[in-house]
Design a protein around this ligand. Structure first.
Ligand code: NAP
Ligand code: F7E
Length: 322
């Protein structure tokens, strides 16, 4: 029998890869889209006609109830969020309403309309923040360092709570940074990949950056959405860390991206205080042994390959003028 899935955040990076993955598995895919003055389907243009679109917003419970009624999903993937950490300081309340309370809204819609649906919550390594141990795993205590991290921590615990209170099949994936050519332009990997490409093509002559010493555990988004699906195929709901198990500095990212186009990043990068955050997450490194053992999940794309894939994609896009 055809399974159906409801995805919030389907127009974002992860939503687009997950929708592709589920369509290949012959799911009927429902995508929640919010109203914007100019709709942006860039990430899902190629599969737009295969998605059943439902208008709604994570801050509007009534729209989510309607979305669950209309889609009658077997699986719900809650990927929608205000996901840019830097924006969470100037917009802490909107971040809380979407990224934290939006999770309760989605859980309530599922509980009221179709409590048997399996639920995935997009938790984040940002919850580890000022890390209490390295590497970080499922049992590592959280210490968020941004309004975004604090909002994700609420979303994480309310998901655990609905599992424990209402016996719902609710899972939380604690995903470390994952990137792709579909990454939003403000995130550091895409910003660097796009700048390296544009400087190479003579379209830009400098790159303004923040803290180059920050360390992140970066993987490929296409690999990570498979883990989301695997979590919902288990007999019992649980929480899992998904990570690459390697950590790299922002400086290493610059090195690989600029080397790929035959340039030295030091000739172009300018440090700009505007991109330094009020509180930083200095080091992230995940231990995903639990996911490897129980889900059989594994990483396929390594860090260098990922950065080069992103620069190559931005070389092509910029050369075509898109
Ligand atoms: P993204 O590209 O920023 O996508 C976010 C999505 O959320 C977009 O589709 C956006 O819609 C939607 N959205 C925003 N506000 C909404 C609202 N009020 N109602 C409904 N939808 C709304 O994020 P991503 O990188 O794909 O990440 C997916 C999820 O995983 C997010 O929850 C993120 O916080 C979490 N996460 C990401 C990472 C990572 O490294 N990528 C790591 C851990 C956790 P529009 O297109 O209309 O803006
Ligand atoms: O920053 C440093 C910055 O914005 C990475 C989101 O998907 O992953 C992401 O959050 C690092 C930080 O991602 C610039 O200070 C230096 O240390 O790419 P980012 P993030 O904040 O790690 C987590 C897991 C999520 O859940 C989030 O949704 O890079 N950095 N200079 C810079 N970052 C940016 N954006 N721009 C700079 O110029």
């Amino acid at each position: 029998m055809t399974k159906s899935a409801l995805i919030t955040g389907v127009t974002g990076q992860d939503g687009s890869y997950l929708a592709e993955f589920l369509l290949e598995k012959k799911y009927k895919v429902y995508g929640l889209r919010r109203r914007t003055s100019t709709p942006n389907y860039e990430n899902v243009e190629h599969i737009k006609d295969q998605i059943e679109w439902i208008d709604g917003d994570l801050t509007d419970l009534s729209s989510l109830i309607r979305a669950v009624q209309e889609s009658q999903p077997d699986e719900v993937y809650n990927l929608g969020a205000q996901s840019f950490v830097a924006t969470s300081w100037p917009q802490p309340i909107a971040t809380g309403e979407i990224t934290a309370m939006g999770v309760t809204n989605m859980l309530e819609a599922v509980r009221i309309v179709k409590p048997s649906a399996k639920f995935y919550q997009a938790s984040s390594s940002e919850m580890f923040g000022k890390v209490q141990e390295t590497p970080q795993k499922e049992t590592t205590p959280f210490w968020p360092r941004s309004p975004y991290g604090a909002a994700k921590m609420y979303g994480h615990w309310i998901t655990v709570n609905y599992r424990e209170s209402f016996n719902m099949f609710a899972c939380s994936g604690i995903l470390f940074n994952h990137e792709s050519p579909r990454r939003g332009m403000e995130f550091v990997t895409r910003k660097v990949a796009n700048a390296a490409a544009r400087i190479k093509l003579g379209l830009q002559n400098e790159l303004r950056m923040g803290n180059l010493d920050a360390k992140r555990d970066w993987g490929f988004a296409g690999d990570y959405v498979k883990a989301m699906w695997l979590m919902l195929q288990q007999d019992t709901p649980d929480d899992y860390v998904i990570s690459s198990g390697e950590t790299h500095t922002v400086e290493e990212l610059l090195e690989i991206a600029f080397n790929y186009v035959g340039l030295n990043w030091r000739d172009y990068v300018v440090i700009d205080e505007k991109f330094v955050r009020p509180a930083e997450v200095d080091l992230l490194l995940g231990d995903c042994s639990k996911a490897k053992e129980r889900l059989g999940w594994k990483l396929e794309v390594g860090f260098k390959e990922l950065v080069e894939m992103m620069v190559e994609s931005d070389l092509n896009k910029n050369a075509k003028g898109s």
